[in-house]
Design a protein around this ligand. Sequence first.
Ligand SMILES: Cc1cc2nc3c(=O)[nH]c(=O)nc-3n(C[C@H](O)[C@H](O)[C@H](O)COP(=O)(O)OP(=O)(O)OC[C@H]3O[C@@H](n4cnc5c(N)ncnc54)[C@H](O)[C@@H]3O)c2cc1C
Length: 306
Amino acid sequence: MLVKFPKARGKFTNKQMLSELTWLRVGGPAEYFFQPADLDDLMSFMSNLPDNISFFPLGVGSNLLVRDGGIKGVVVRLGRGFNSVEVSNGLVVAGAAALDAFVARTAADHGYDLTFLRTIPGSIGGALKMNAGCYGRYISDYFVSANAVNRSGDLVKLDKTDVSFSYRNTALSADLVIVNVTFAPPSGEVEALHEKMRIQKQKRDNEQPTKEVTAGSTFRNPCAFSSLGQENEDNKFKAWKVIEDAGLRGYQMGAAKMHEKHPNFLTNTGGATASELEELGELVRKKVFKNSGIDLKWEIIRVGDP
Ligand SMILES: Cc1cc2nc3c(=O)[nH]c(=O)nc-3n(C[C@H](O)[C@H](O)[C@H](O)COP(=O)(O)OP(=O)(O)OC[C@H]3O[C@@H](n4cnc5c(N)ncnc54)[C@H](O)[C@@H]3O)c2cc1C
């Protein structure tokens, strides 16, 4: 079937290998791939996208396991036209393609504390969608509003109720491409904020395999969550611990491994396929359930065709 796609000023291509764009280095092709030049380009493309063509918004792929068969329809990935960060009147407005670390550093330069974002390797679009969090702070803590483009190509404003934050998740529709997010962070002293980030980075490098091919935590921590979308820190039930208790620290199947340094990090040690990684993840879920009765839930988002 010949599909007539809207004209775009940005990059439009087919058969873009997603393994080149995901942290786990796996994933078959995007049937079509679109990187809009700017907001107008995105809105015009979406408004003219044929109804029978699905789309998937991709961030920087740091929380994704894209399956080997790739993703049907159009994968939309925001780039340069969406990575600005503006700070004024106590608000930080970050483009969805801006990297979390850049947003944290820019906010700190202006005396605002979004330091928790410094060591999360994703983009702001992915961080909002996932309600990313670290060191006891979450996107939901500082979120004011977001702008997104819907399937009809309209720009819509989203508030906290629309997003509906939960632990490492939101109720945001898959039909929205987030284009920017506004935060109201607390203020802080510039030097102290940079020092805080330096310490966090060091802590992260000491405790996690940050130089390996992973997508961060594979499973959500199986503990109680507050209504604010935060992990209940009183409950110390951690995914890594129940995986360790099941004897799976460092457990390897082919090139897929649960890392020795942090057993909740599913790792591609070189040349693993998406199906091997997913198979190991499912095996871990089964063994953990058998050992402790805990049903681990994937935090990594699995998408695409096997
Ligand atoms: C080493 C490592 C450490 C990590 N540590 C943490 C951590 O401490 N805390 C934490 O929360 N996460 C952590 N992560 C996971 C990951 O970085 C976060 O979930 C991040 O927010 C994902 O952003 P992304 O841009 O990579 O999104 P992707 O992985 O590309 O996508 C994730 C989801 O967001 C959606 N999405 C992305 N961009 C948009 C957009 N513009 N519009 C609409 N939807 C969009 C995608 O459709 C998908 O559903 C870690 C990952 C790694 C590799």
